[in-house]
Design a protein around this ligand. Structure first.
Ligand code: SAH
Length: 234
């Protein structure tokens, strides 16, 4: 693996610079909303306060970037709702900081940037090459150095860098992809939306630490709405 410095810290432009929509006050309103919806993890809140979401959507939508809603990013995909980004990240980090995180479904790269502020290294896979290329450009412009991106089908994980203490999937699967579960480190967590056919739910799978009873345990967190996890690349 290349020996680029691991910072875990965001080096971002001053968030107060720019027009009203990107002002600190607008972002602060979003943060207050997240707190009101029950997000508690301070580090997660701080990451959402810092990451400039307006840079992850088309200019025409930038004025809506700090609303708590998902927005279209082209190719039939969406940038996740800030609440959902916060909730999933919180579910991933609940047991403490993580070293290596794999994200499946880079999309705009927004969730990737949030993870990069909180984990030591982030690996993210996107199946639509045009989205992958844009996300790569944006994340590079933000000078985030502790992440690695790839165009591919993320259902297979990223064996080269496994195991991961955290895996986060931002598209809904019909079941838990076996390779993702296998690429979890002992004690690691996989947070993903599952579409049972009767609606989607957010699920957290925890790989038990090696010991007398190896295996997985899972819990259902809440109902959610995500685009589908598709196989192959586009
Ligand atoms: N976290 C992203 C969410 C984007 S929507 C954001 O906030 O912007 C989900 C993304 O998952 C889409 O970009 C979609 O193309 C991608 N996706 C769906 N199935 C995939 C797969 N098997 N492998 C990798 N990416 C996938």
């Amino acid at each position: 693996m290349a020996a680029d410095p691991v910072s875990g810290l965001l080096q971002l432009p001053d968030p107060a610079v720019g027009s009203g929509m990107t002002s600190l006050r607008t972002r602060e309103r979003l943060v207050q909303r997240l707190l009101a919806t029950g997000i508690q993890n301070k580090a997660v809140i701080e990451a959402l306060r810092q990451v400039p979401r307006h840079l992850f959507v088309e200019e025409a939508l930038a004025s809506r970037a700090y609303e708590d809603s998902s927005l279209p990013i082209g190719w039939g995909q969406t940038i996740s709702q800030p609440y959902m980004v916060a909730r999933m990240t919180e579910a991933l980090l609940e047991a403490g900081p993580v070293q290596r995180v794999l994200e499946v479904g880079t999309g705009s790269g927004y969730q990737t940037a949030v993870l990069a502020a909180l984990a030591q290294r982030v690996y993210s896979v996107e199946r639509i090459s045009a989205l992958q290329a844009r996300a790569e450009q944006r994340l590079r412009a933000l000078k985030l150095r502790n992440l690695r991106l790839r165009h591919g089908d993320g259902s297979a994980g990223w064996a080269e860098y496994a195991p991961f203490e955290g895996i986060l999937v931002t598209a809904a699967a019909s079941g838990i992809p076996r390779q993702l579960a296998e690429q979890l480190a002992p004690g690691g967590r996989l947070v993903l939306p599952i579409d049972s056919g009767r609606g989607q739910v957010l699920v957290r799978l925890i790989k038990k630490r090696r010991g007398r009873c190896p295996g997985y345990q899972h819990e259902v967190l809440e109902p959610v709405t995500f685009v589908p996890l598709l196989s192959g690349v586009a």
